[in-house]
Write a protein that binds this ligand. Structure first.
Ligand code: NQM
Length: 358
């Protein structure tokens, strides 16, 4: 087992994670996951002995390697390191951590930098979907500074423009624009992140509460868990009791000029903003005729832009849909602007494996 592991800590969008070259980690998933738990400091709700930030949004890992796919430059495997359980999950993707993947690939020499900007074609291993990230590289070096501002991150930074071509999966995994679960009308949608859309008022909340208040609402947590377990089965995800997907997004009318207000559960903690692919799924879901967003969201049919309001501001998603020859809605284009920052580059020293006591 390596005593020190090359690692770059980066902020990707509104998340923070440890980025590794696949070659610097064990190839065997069980050994890799054991090492990552000891690097991040899990299981421990404070992650006091590792890099993790004691929240799902800051307990994330990206594993990058050159891609064998002719349409991609690099492969990106996302791993969620559970804070308080000895678990590492590859069952979800992460569009925020994705924002750091292109810059990391250039920094590590996997992709040559352009003279002004660089586009990196990324295969997202978790879902098999692709993305292209474009960011400034003046003089052949990644420049993290710039004037792009994203809600939930102080200050400004260089924009990372991410384009998602249509994915292969079903936008409506249950085949329905609306399903009724536990007496509540929901829309189960997947435009990169399996997500269940729920009108907030149908769970007796407004949808404008601060995340902490919602997290402390025990009755709400109970309802959400019931709905999530049933939705997971309907969406073909099987038993999701230990999975981080599907996410649950409560919808309420916009209050700040956007299309909708959201509170998203990931799936137990309430997101302080919203995930990128989660927002892409919300935006697509709102555009589907007859979805539960009808009558709640204000969607401008003349514009691709959907402004998703969330607890710390908003996230703009460019989203357009098309219809398949047999009449199913499907994503045509999804794009987003994020920012990323290199925080440190060096070596991380994993906590040693536990010794037997006594
Ligand atoms: O939906 C949190 C995040 C995410 C995921 C989560 C994400 C996405 O904000 O693409 O970015 O939903 O667990 O990093």
């Amino acid at each position: 087992m390596p005593e020190e592991v090359p690692c770059m800590l980066m902020r990707g969008g509104t998340s923070k994670g440890a980025y590794f070259l696949a070659d610097d980690l064990p190839a065997e998933p069980a050994l890799r996951d054991d090492l990552l738990l000891r690097i991040m400091g899990s299981p421990d709700e404070r992650q006091i002995d590792g890099l993790g930030g004691a929240h799902p949004l800051t307990s994330k890992v990206a594993v990058i390697s050159p891609s064998a796919d002719p349409e991609a430059d690099v492969d990106y495997l996302f791993l969620q390191v559970v804070v308080d359980r000895p678990e590492v999950s590859d069952r979800q993707n992460c569009g925020n951590i994705l924002a750091g993947v292109g810059p990391f690939a250039v920094e590590r020499g996997l992709v040559p930098a352009g003279e002004r900007r660089t586009s990196v074609r990324i295969r997202m291993v978790n879902s098999g979907d692709r993305a292209t990230a474009t960011f400034p590289t003046p003089g052949g070096r990644v420049d993290y500074t710039g004037d792009a501002q994203i809600s939930g991150v102080p200050g400004t930074a260089a924009p990372v423009v991410i384009e998602f071509p249509p994915g292969a999966g079903e936008l409506l995994p249950t085949g329905n624009a609306v399903d009724v679960i536990d007496g509540v009308e929901v829309t189960c949608v997947d435009n990169g992140m399996p997500t269940v859309l729920i009108p907030a008022t149908s769970l007796k909340v407004t949808g404008y509460e601060p995340p902490r208040d919602l997290e402390e609402d025990v009755a709400l947590a109970d309802r959400l868990r019931t709905i999530r377990l049933a939705a997971g089965r309907l969406m073909g995800l099987g038993d999701v009791s230990d999975a981080t997907v599907p996410k649950l997004t409560l919808l309420a009318p916009p209050r700040a000029g956007g299309a909708v207000t959201t509170r998203t559960f990931i799936p137990v903690r309430c997101h302080t903003s919203i995930g990128v692919l989660g927002a892409a799924s919300v935006a697509a879901g709102l555009r589907i005729d007859g979805s539960v967003g009808t009558g709640i969201a204000a969607i401008d049919p003349r514009s691709d832009r959907v402004r998703i309001e969330h607890p710390t501001g908003f996230l703009d998603i460019e989203s357009s849909l098309t219809t398949t020859p047999d009449g199913r809605p499907s994503a045509r284009r999804t794009a987003v602007v994020r920012t990323a920052r290199k925080i440190f580059d060096g070596a991380v020293f994993p906590r040693a494996a536990d010794r037997p006591t006594g």
